[in-house]
Structure formats: C-alpha cells, structure tokens
Write a protein that binds this ligand. Structure first.
Ligand code: C5P
Length: 211
C-alpha cells in the first residue's frame, strides 16, 4: 500500500474581496483517480480547490483556495507520499496586486496586470526524491501529444496524461498516457471512472513500489 497525493479541481485568484479568476474544472477526474487508488488499497490525500462534488470518504481532503495555497499544501504533503498525481487545473495567472476593497465601477475600462502563479506539479517534479514519482496531466487544444511531451520533460514528470478541452466539467474523458520521449503507453476513452481505473492500473504496474 502506498500513500498517494492527488491535486484536484480549480484554484481561485482574487482580484478584490469578492471577485476572482478561476476555471470550470469540476474535480471529477481527481475524485475518480482517488476512488481507483483506494480500490487498489492505497492511501489517498486530495488537495482540492473549491468543487461541488464529493470525494471518496476514505480519502483525506485538504481544501485550499489559491494556487499558492495548493503549492504549500502539496509540497508539505508530498514529503510523506510515494507519488503525486496532478489532476488539478490551478489558475495559471493571478493579479499582481489584490485590491483590499471592492473595485468600484467608474464607467471607464480598467486593466488588471496578471502575473504567473507557481506551477505545483513542476515543483513536485523538482523536489521528488529517488523512489518518488510524479504524474502530470496536460490539457491542450492543439498538438496535444507533442505539447504534453514537452510538459512531461519540463516538469520532470514520470508519466503524463494528455487530454483535450472536452475533459473539463464532463463525465467522460479521452486520454493518452505518455511516457518518456512521448511514447504512447495506452489510449483510454470512456467515463472518468473507467479512465481512472485504467490509469491507476498502469501506475501500479509502472511506478508504484511493491513492498
Ligand atoms: O496547465 P498545464 O497544462 O501546464 O497543466 C499541466 C499539469 O501541470 C497538470 O498536471 C496540472 O495539474 C499542473 N499544473 C500545476 N500548477 C499550475 C499549472 C498546472 O500543478 N500552476
């Protein structure tokens, strides 16, 4: 039995006390992966942004709001985990300055300067120790396999799951599991539970330590 960290759902980046940037990630892929990992006897810690779904009751859930909070929780939790699966869709940009009071309308256009948030999976890929593994997801609209392979290398992932935009907020998914150099290990389509079970059985065969 291994302890596995799963990041899941969206993050939020506040512009002012009431408005924020986010995306439509539902957390369903993370929940399906958690269920599949628990079914295989693993212990699961989920670090999740705000979602409307329920995670398996056997999983420990650490709720966070921002990408920075996800990064802090993930780096702290990863230390006692064998592997991490980055199924979250963290907000990639945050405002350079967060207004402390609600931004008032003036009738004129406004500009908000955005800066990049930290990349959680890339950080886990950077800090992983021998024996630890990291699996990323890559969501692309174009050149999916090539771009996913670039991310696998750049973020020091062991494997990457390439999927398209139809994955967002859907019950179904169609993915390619890619290994080093972009080698296609398996193409999987179906509901997220089926996709997650196939992925976990590949992670079990290829990554998870047998003790
Ligand atoms: O957004 P992108 O396609 O680069 O995401 C690829 C992988 O990196 C996913 O596993 C996602 O969870 C992760 N990611 C992250 N932190 C970010 C952006 C993406 O962990 N700020």
């Amino acid at each position: 039995m291994s302890r596995i960290l799963i990041t899941s759902g969206p993050t939020r980046q506040y512009l002012d006390p009431v408005r924020y940037l986010t995306n439509a990630s539902s957390g369903r892929m993370g929940a399906a992966l958690a269920e599949a990992a628990i079914d295989l006897g693993h212990e699961v810690v989920i670090i999740s942004g705000p979602v409307a779904i329920d995670y398996p009751s056997a999983a420990q859930v650490i709720p966070i709001l921002t990408t920075d909070e996800m990064l802090d929780a993930a780096t702290a939790t990863f230390a006692d985990c064998e592997g991490a699966i980055g199924a979250a869709a963290p907000c990639d940009y945050m405002p350079k300055r967060v207004a402390t009071e609600k931004i008032s309308k003036t009738g004129d256009p406004i500009s908000i300067e955005l800066i990049e948030t930290p990349d959680v999976v890339a950080m886990l890929g950077q800090i992983k120790k021998p024996g630890q593994w990291v699996v990323g997801f890559a969501l692309e609209t174009e050149d999916q396999r090539f771009r996913a392979t670039v991310k696998l290398q750049k973020k020091h992932c062991d494997l990457i799951v390439s999927n398209g935009p139809t994955a967002i907020d859907s019950d179904d998914n169609s993915v390619e599991l890619l290994g080093p150099g972009g080698r296609v290990i398996e193409s999987i389509s179906g509901n997220k539970s089926h996709v997650a079970n196939r992925l976990l059985s590949q992670f079990d065969a290829l990554l998870i330590r047998k003790t």
